[in-house]
Design a protein. Sequence first.
Length: 334
Amino acid sequence: MWAITLGATFGVEHLQTVERAVPEPAADQVLIRVRAASLNYRDWEVINGQYHQVFPQGLVPLSDGAGEIVAVGREVTGFQPGDAVMGHFWQGWQAGGFDQALQAQTLGGPLDGMLAEYRVLPARGVMRSPAHLSHAQAACLPCAAVTAWQALVTEGRLCAGQWVLVQGTGGVSLFALQFAKLHGARVLVLSSSDEKLARARQLGADATLNYRTQPAWGAAVQALTGGVHHVVEVGGPGSFAQSFQALHPGGQINVIGYLGGKAGEINPLQVLQTQARVRGIAVGPASSVQAMCQAISASSLQPQIDQVFERDAVADAFAHLAAGRHMGKVVLSL
Ligand SMILES: NC(=O)c1ccc[n+]([C@@H]2O[C@H](COP(=O)([O-])OP(=O)(O)OC[C@H]3O[C@@H](n4cnc5c(N)ncnc54)[C@H](OP(=O)(O)O)[C@@H]3O)[C@@H](O)[C@H]2O)c1
């Protein structure tokens, strides 16, 4: 089988295509023929050696993938060959609170990821894909969608009528928009592009603002919404102060990404004055994936795919992601 791995030097141009033996599933494992993988910002960092952990040559990158089961171990129940599945980002986090010991069990580093023809995973490390989704659509779910669900629904207990502030129009943010609308919430989308904002309105956004032309957007969000109850904070330190200004008293800020940089300051007084609830989100456990898939199936929700690239265009796909031209998910067909 083929697999694509990190090379001796970091960078997409140094990825290597290698031949490996098709793995045999152990008693509790399933063997998956991977059909699609989606790109996350994290994958870009891993491949370029910029992630907070550095992984060695030979690692198979990409956290998100979906395909069909082709063989199951003798103790596996609940799955059979032909089932469409996707891998869990966290291979060991089933439910409940986060445990640092789980850090070693994420796909796409330190565990091998999904950019390979076949992947063997423990049966508890996969989830049946929602039946109405293609492999390409299912491959969008494990990181981006689960993160949005964990922030707004599992942890945030989102209610109808509340306002959600979504930063940008990438993978996490568009799932957050879709899940918020599914729950009857109102959504304000920020983007650097007026064209993307127009498309966000077509997807259900109730209000939009351009964060490039209006960098001090906090007060404007406050004026438009009366204060947002949930922030999907992917900008990081650069946007954090604005998020506080946009917040409804007692609102929640979900710290998810750092697209605007890693260094900055937090004034604890702002937390006190706004009675904000600020929490870090690290994707989510299998229990969240299950609840999310149930909602996606019940609502026939369609993940927003920006573009599908073929396997031999991995470099083009990452260039597209890095340029920020995309809206929603960038997918590889395998
Ligand atoms: N903690 C977790 O569990 C978790 C899980 C998944 C992702 N993440 C992180 O969340 C972030 C988003 O991930 P993603 O996969 O959704 O990325 P993505 O698909 O690459 O989305 C990036 C988009 O975010 C917007 N953006 C760029 N710089 C921004 C800034 N300074 N402020 C606000 N928005 C900005 C842009 O949208 P416009 O073009 O519309 O401006 C850009 O297209 C990344 O930092 C990623 O590492 C964290």
